[in-house]
Design a protein around this ligand. Structure first.
Ligand SMILES: [Zn+2]
Length: 441
């Protein structure tokens, strides 16, 4: 069987323009492997048209670039992929470049161009290879089926920001955000795996890029109860420091920094690479926002719970949950937060963020915040919901500067009278550092 996939990207109309005839160099090639596809990225010296098609017997992908030459080394690239056997090039018609990718199995090949941006000054050509026969396992499985009554775990989707082509913020000492946040995410995964009643779902498991919309789509497919995106960004002012928690706002940002960060984060798809075809119509989804109020309330409470825990290990940039129009938080039906674990642009914080023990402390703080919230508000049908009626469950909270009892009551959805009762409080005065019990509401 001979399959012929033919894609002419730049379009026939523009193919006669002078730039497309002019010579182009392939200056660099990068390979990124994700669980379901291999991505090749070619840096081009100028925008250039190309043709891509697949051939079988043996399976291979062919990319033709008219009037082009290969200036990059292809050494070692095939070892970075489970699909690529070999990469080779040849010259056709004296001036045209042909790139042949020998593949281990039949693949669907797609391609799209990316324009230069802040991170890459080159034009890029992205080629995605997806094995044709792949079985996708998406939904996380319950840890232990010996639980009876069909009660399920609470599923926490952990999204390590950026990845692959998108390094995220590059901080002091060349620390890359994509590595820092993956390390924190993996630690959070480890903690949740070991925790009764919880199952983590990792949106990104390695060094590759996933589109912002696809991240929430993956979380929804995994039936996640909560989505948390982990970041460590840069700000134009190097002295900016502290961790913060953001939720989605459709109306506008709560601060200039929040707007700035959301704009930066939303540029991720341009840097990491998202094909226009992947931009499905998510408009319908946002109109389906029946549970929006619940989602907002849960997001605020979860955010406050995380901020309370993070205040023990780091300075907070803002004491409240901030809001801005982060694309990655646009999953209408589940609470979603973006956690900035610190500013990688700040020399002291960059050092801490790159440090293993600090990463662990950050992961622990997010873990305590998330599990603390869900112990008080377990979703219906979960093990924790079933256990809730059995014994009184208390969450603990350490008083910070500026806390008031009424604000803590509102934040946790409990009556102020209950707070006074379970803590034997004679009045509403609180001491910084004092630990109080938050009753099961
Ligand atoms: Zn980020």
């Amino acid at each position: 069987m001979r399959r012929l996939n033919f894609v002419l990207l730049a379009g026939l109309l523009v193919s006669w323009l002078p730039w497309s005839v002019a010579n182009a160099d392939v200056q660099d090639v990068r390979v990124w492997q994700s669980p379901d596809k291999t991505r090749l990225v070619f840096d081009l010296s100028r925008p250039h048209e190309h043709k891509i098609f697949t051939l079988s017997n043996p399976d291979r992908v062919v990319i033709d670039l008219a009037n082009a030459s290969m200036k990059a080394s292809l050494d070692g690239l095939s070892e970075r992929s489970t699909t690529i056997r070999r990469l080779r090039t040849g010259t056709r018609n004296k001036t045209d470049l042909r790139i042949v990718i020998d593949v281990a199995e039949a693949v669907d090949a797609s391609s799209f161009p990316l324009a230069p941006n802040d991170v890459y000054n080159n034009n890029r050509l992205v080629v995605d290879l997806e094995p044709e026969n792949q079985t996708r396992v998406i939904a996380p499985v319950k840890k232990d089926d010996s639980y009876n009554d069909n009660k399920r775990d609470i599923i926490i989707a952990i999204d390590a920001g950026h990845g692959g082509e998108d390094p995220g913020a590059i901080g002091y000492g060349r620390t890359k955000e994509k590595y820092v946040v993956l390390a924190i995410a993996k630690e959070l995964e480890r903690l949740l795996k070991a925790e009764y009643g919880f199952t983590p779902f990792m949106v990104r498991t390695g060094d590759y890029y996933i589109g912002l919309r696809e991240r929430t789509a993956k979380a929804r497919k995994a039936n996640a109860d909560f989505f948390v995106s982990i970041h460590a960004d840069a700000f134009k002012i190097a002295s900016a420091s502290g961790s913060s928690v953001f939720m989605l706002s459709e109306r506008g940002a709560t601060s200039e920094a929040a707007r700035w960060l959301a704009d930066k984060e939303n540029e991720s798809d341009l840097v990491g690479g998202v094909s226009l075809e992947d931009k499905e119509d998510h408009l319908a989804m946002t109109l389906l926002d029946l549970s929006m109020t619940h989602k907002r309330n849960a997001s605020v409470q979860l955010g406050n719970s995380i901020l309370g825990q993070m205040s023990r290990v780091s300075k907070l940039h803002k004491k409240q949950v901030e809001e801005a129009a982060f694309v990655v938080l646009k999953a209408p039906d589940i609470p979603a937060l973006l956690v900035e674990t610190g500013f990688i642009s700040n020399p002291q914080e960059a050092r801490k963020l790159a440090d293993r023990s600090y990463q662990k402390k950050m992961a622990r703080a997010i873990f305590d915040g998330v599990t603390g919230y869900f112990r008080i508000h377990p979703p219906r049908g979960t093990l924790l919901a079933a256990d809730k009626g059995k014994a009184p469950v208390f969450n603990t909270y350490v008083i910070r500067r500026g806390d008031t009892l009424s604000e803590i009551a509102v934040r946790n959805g409990v009556a102020i009278a209950d707070l006074r009762r379970v803590n034997d409080l004679k009045n509403d005065r609180l001491k910084i550092g004092q630990t109080i019990k938050i009753p099961n509401s």
